[in-house]
Design a protein. Structure first.
Length: 353
């Protein structure tokens, strides 16, 4: 079977932009003291772009594992995902509890959590049991894990060229989003599965993989990749301003990314793509640790000059991400590979946002 070529440098840029949007969301909120519509959209768009990126890269990861021909491919997928997501998430939960970092805003008061809250956050099942999030950004991780359950089955459909299966899967994803939006007071227990509202985001990545497998040459110049992402963000913001939390905005924003990825030629190696690759490598740590760094700058250093606080945020975030990746994330990735004697490069093991 011919291996599908993913535009890795373009995907690094997309992931770097996604984590930067989430970071900008929380810094803007801390600076102005409340959640602005623009900041809210930037954060939500960043998370949605993460979902598109992650599902696409995981499609490629399963293909590199010679799925489904190679025995045990699904087991390897699940074990590697657990070892990729949980180690750093558990450490971050414990650090937040130890330092009494506010769960949502840098200016929040200290909070106390029940044993059930702590256990749910460590297991990343907060939404299933209606438990409080010890750190606000953890809201995406349970949804990632729940989507991982079905991604191997999405892969089995996407690896085939039949358009009927792909269309059926996309329609099913839209139906799930509709149920999550309009069935909250109709379908018992549907509130436990907020992931349903974001299924179209993950399926946009699956769509991108399906289109890439059709091996049609890109029709759009590589230099348009970043402007296309920017245009999608702007269009999404104006639509978001009209239909906040709309499933239509969410699905359209991600669908544009999913269709654009196969259409745009890959960027050449450059300082920009190498910088994006570095940011993408540490993106999971950036995502989980930046609220702690912002809290450190705005609270622990609140009596210092603004430049000192800014440097405190930047240095603590960089140091934390580097330590997290090399001491926690990378060993987890290697353990997953070692358990199955899997010689897959580290770059093919993305983490949740």
């Amino acid at each position: 079977m011919t291996r599908t070529k993913l535009p890795e440098r373009n995907l690094d840029v997309l992931r770097a932009i996604a984590v930067s949007l989430v970071l900008a969301n929380h810094i803007l909120n801390a600076l102005i003291g409340h959640v602005s519509p623009l900041a809210a959209w930037l954060g939500r768009a960043g998370v949605q772009a993460f979902f598109v990126h992650t599902s696409l890269v995981l499609m490629g990861s399963m293909e590199k594992d010679h799925a489904p021909a190679r025995r045990g491919w699904m087991q390897r997928f699940y074990v590697r995902r657990v070892l990729r997501i949980y180690p750093l998430a558990v450490v971050v939960v414990l650090v937040v509890l130890l330092l009494h970092v506010p769960s949502r805003t840098v200016f929040g008061a200290r909070e106390s959590f029940s044993a059930g809250d702590v256990l749910a956050n460590l297991a990343l099942v907060q939404d299933l049991f209606n438990r409080r999030f010890i750190l606000g950004v953890l809201w995406t991780l349970p949804m990632e894990l729940q989507m991982y359950v079905v991604l191997p089955f999405c892969y089995l459909i996407a690896r085939k060229s039949a358009i009927r299966g792909m269309v059926g899967m996309l329609l099913a994803g839209l139906a799930m989003s509709l149920i999550a939006t309009y069935g909250i007071n109709v379908v018992p227990g549907i509130w436990r599965l907020p992931v349903l509202a974001f299924v179209p985001c993950f399926l946009a990545g699956v769509l991108a993989y399906w289109l890439l497998r059709r091996a049609r040459p890109p029709r759009v110049s590589a230099w348009l990749w970043i402007p296309l992402i920017a245009a999608d963000l702007v269009l999404g913001y104006f639509a978001w301003d009209v239909w906040t939390e709309s499933w239509i905005v969410r699905a359209a924003f991600c669908a544009i990314l999913g269709v654009a990825i196969p259409l745009v030629a890959e960027l050449r190696d450059s300082i920009l793509t190498r910088a994006a690759h570095t940011v993408a490598t540490y993106s999971y740590g950036i995502y989980l640790l930046h609220p702690i760094a912002i809290w450190f700058g705005f609270n622990v250093l609140r009596d210092q000059l603004p430049i000192v606080r800014a440097l405190g945020i930047a240095l603590s975030l960089v140091a934390g991400c580097v330590a997290a990746y090399h001491l926690i994330e990378k060993p987890g990735i290697r353990l997953g590979r070692t358990l199955f004697h899997q010689p897959v490069p580290l770059e093919t093991e993305p983490a949740a946002p």
